[in-house]
Design a protein around this ligand. Structure first.
Ligand SMILES: [Mg+2]
Length: 391
């Protein structure tokens, strides 16, 4: 099929983390909800549309958000809960096509070309996705549709929040023309400024500009950029790669110079990644510890497990050794950030209750069951408790 006659759907949840919080706690509906790091170095992850009215935006320092919106509800992210909802959302995607390319927990491209005969037009499929997400999660997704990734994503963005829109190939030039060039895929801040210097401010102006002159300023990417400005984009939807690594990390509000405290955090990260690995039926061989000294010097230390595992005890034993070796070698050890990840997955399979899994030790499965029932973090090892005070 010619690339520009494909049926691509872009789905993006509206204010995802904040909407999950409002759904779980209905008393927060209608209030400005800001989810992010709440310490002095924190950054806003997501904010509700009510908070956006005060000028709060994601990636903004939380301190700045507090000045703009002092009466907002400020919450730490609950990643385990967002991952759970994300799982439900992606289940909906996989019901309409296997060609799903996840961009984040709440955003994906779907190629539904092969599903049209069975399920109906791209709009019918888009509507079905939107409704199924609403029914199963209570949350609102914006859905954009188009003949390629570029137009599908822009269609969704242009109709957000609660978006639903399709841009057909024949309408692309007209629809795109008035948009600022910065909205175009591949146009970052630097390119945008370069285009502004050439007097090009809208996508329409970019499409109509002289190619030779543009190439003089931007080099070889000029041609690609003009094709995008005309609404042409031949990128494929690339279905999910196998998971490469599972990690957890934390930036400390106050640099950590006490080894025992660093070890508590390390254990907390190990519990989290081991639980996620077990959820996905993954058994990793490689443990990596990431250590950042203030301000921004980052070291990584890596070691192999004896056998593929998803057990906290196995991962922690190796991670702890790596931390201890690094710690001893520093004249004045101090950490701004500490992270752990598990990779080198030996096998990948769905967890099966009839399938004995020797690598998972009994305490882990008890912990998994309790946390599943009472919420993530309900049961943690005693060594982790010190880190919880700091949240
Ligand atoms: Mg989103």
């Amino acid at each position: 099929m010619p690339p520009d006659e494909r049926s691509i759907i872009h789905v993006d949840m509206d204010a995802f983390y904040a909407s999950v919080e409002q759904f779980d706690r209905p008393e927060l509906c209608g209030l400005p909800v800001i989810v992010g790091g709440l310490g002095p170095r924190g950054v806003v992850s997501t904010c509700s549309y009510e908070a956006r009215r005060f000028g709060v935006r994601s990636a903004m320092p939380t301190a700045q958000a507090r000045r703009l919106c002092p009466d907002g509800v400020y919450l730490w992210p609950r990643m385990a809960r967002y991952e759970e909802v994300s799982g439900q959302v992606f289940e909906v995607f996989h019901e309409v096509t296997p060609l799903v390319e996840g961009l984040s927990l709440d955003e994906a491209f779907l190629d539904v070309g092969a599903s049209l005969r069975l399920l109906g037009s791209v709009e019918v499929i888009g509507r079905r996705i939107k409704e199924a997400i609403r029914e199963r999660t209570g949350l609102v997704a914006s859905v954009g549709m188009g003949p390629n990734k570029l137009l599908a994503k822009l269609a969704g963005e242009m109709s957000k929040p609660d978006g639903f829109r399709r841009i057909a190939a024949k309408d692309a030039a007209v629809e795109l023309a008035p948009l600022p060039v910065g909205r175009l895929w591949t146009v970052g801040k630097v390119t945008e400024q370069a285009l502004h210097r050439l007097g090009i401010r809208t996508i329409g102006e970019l499409a109509a500009s002289d190619t030779a002159r543009l190439a003089g300023a931007l080099g070889r990417q000029a041609g690609v950029m003009q094709a995008l400005a005309r609404g042409e984009d031949d990128r494929c939807v690339e279905p999910q790669q196998a998971e490469q690594s599972i990690g957890a990390e934390h930036t400390f509000d106050v640099d950590v110079s006490e080894q025992a405290l660093a070890e508590s955090w390390l254990l907390r990260h190990c519990e989290r990644i081991a639980a996620r690995a077990r959820e996905r039926g993954l058994y990793g061989m490689t443990v990596t510890v990431k250590l950042r000294e203030p301000p921004f010097v980052t070291h990584t230390r890596q070691a192999q497990l004896r056998a593929p595992s998803a057990s906290v005890a196995d991962i922690h034993e190796v991670a702890r050794g790596l931390l201890a070796t690094w710690w001893k070698a520093q004249p004045r050890p101090r950490l701004r950030l500490l992270g752990v990840s598990l990779s080198g997955f030996a096998e990948q399979r769905q967890p099966d209750m009839f399938d004995p899994v020797p690598a998972v030790r009994a305490p882990d499965s008890v912990q998994d069951r309790i946390n599943l029932r009472f919420g993530s973090g309900s049961l943690v090892r005693a060594g982790v408790l010190r880190t919880l005070k700091q949240d």
